[in-house]
Write a protein that binds this ligand. Structure first.
Ligand SMILES: [Fe+2]
Length: 301
């Protein structure tokens, strides 16, 4: 088989089989969950250009349904190891999610640390029937995204949206990103929300880009990603629908991603954690339990 770089170059608009897949389990099905973009576009030159960082990329419209081959490349009806698989998990019924959101809102408004901790514990207890975690767990708090944007992650320090990106919290070398912490994010809003992702891991991006760009990027995941977008603007981005009360689990330090709110009436409301999450019943880590540290309630990249 041709190498990845050659395959992407020749198939252009088609999503290829990468190492990154979406795992649903139980009642969850692929149908109606996934679409792909027509590629990516620089935010510069769009109606949002003043809001985004220089070099930021967002999905290019229109969205389309998956071909049969793309669906089979993207979806697995079973748990897989979390390092390169996105997990979709049913956690709460919609009315339970709404009740919990109201408690979070009360806690944030009143700056009530005890109630916030209770809310976080409610989430972790409910999630624990599907996943487990080991080691330290970090809370990214309760966040409300703005509606009407093609990528919602915001750099508070620079006051700009960053576009599709790879997280760098753990400062792990590119070649080891499949062992990075996992982000678990629960949709507490009344609307479905959308998670964007590229189905190629950091190692696959390294293989795909021009060797000169690879050399220039060194170990910088987001320089590598920008080179990929510039070289392959027609390569599709996946968009996963996450309903109220559902969570996604994603290796966001190994996979390019963002939230998407263009078709939302109100911003997505969610709570997120970062840690070594694995499915129960899957090829999971052996450890159980762990410590838990909060990092505040701000909007984070
Ligand atoms: Fe991120």
């Amino acid at each position: 088989m041709a190498d990845l770089r050659t395959r992407i170059s020749t198939q252009k608009r088609t999503l290829l089989s990468g190492t990154v897949v979406v795992c649903g389990a139980g009642r969850l099905r692929c149908r109606g969950r996934l679409e792909v973009s027509s590629g990516t576009i620089s935010a510069y030159g769009t109606q949002w250009e003043t809001q985004y960082a220089a070099g930021a990329h967002v999905p290019r419209l229109p969205w389309r349904k998956l071909s049969r081959a793309e669906a089979s490349a993207l979806w697995r009806q079973r748990p897989l190891r979390s390092g390169s698989a996105l997990g979709l998990i049913e956690v709460f019924e919609a009315d339970e999610a709404e009740a919990l959101r109201r408690r979070f809102e009360r806690a944030v408004q009143a700056n009530d640390g005890t109630l916030l901790e209770q809310c976080r514990r409610s989430v972790l207890t409910s999630v624990a029937t599907s996943v487990r975690y080991s080691g330290e767990l970090t809370s990214h708090g309760f966040t409300v995204d703005p509606p009407g944007l093609p990528a919602v992650s915001y750099d508070v320090a620079r006051s700009e949206y960053v576009g599709l990106h790879i997280d760098t919290w753990a400062r792990v070398a590119l070649k080891d990103r499949q062992r990075s912490p996992i982000r678990l994010c629960l949709n507490l809003g009344p609307e479905s929300r959308f998670f964007l992702f590229l189905n190629l891991s950091a190692n696959e991006l390294t293989d795909a880009v021009d060797p000169e760009s690879r050399k220039m990027a060194k170990d910088n995941a987001n320089l590598l990603l920008r080179s990929f977008f510039q070289e392959f603007p027609d390569y599709p981005v996946g968009k996963l629908l996450v309903k109220p009360g559902e969570a996604y689990m994603a290796p966001t330090e190994n996979v390019a991603h963002d939230g998407y709110s263009l078709n939302q009436n109100i911003g997505a409301m969610h709570i997120a954690f970062r840690g070594n999450f694995e499915w129960r019943g899957g090829p999971a880590l052996a450890a159980k339990g762990g410590r838990f540290a909060a990092t505040g309630e701000g909007c984070v990249v």
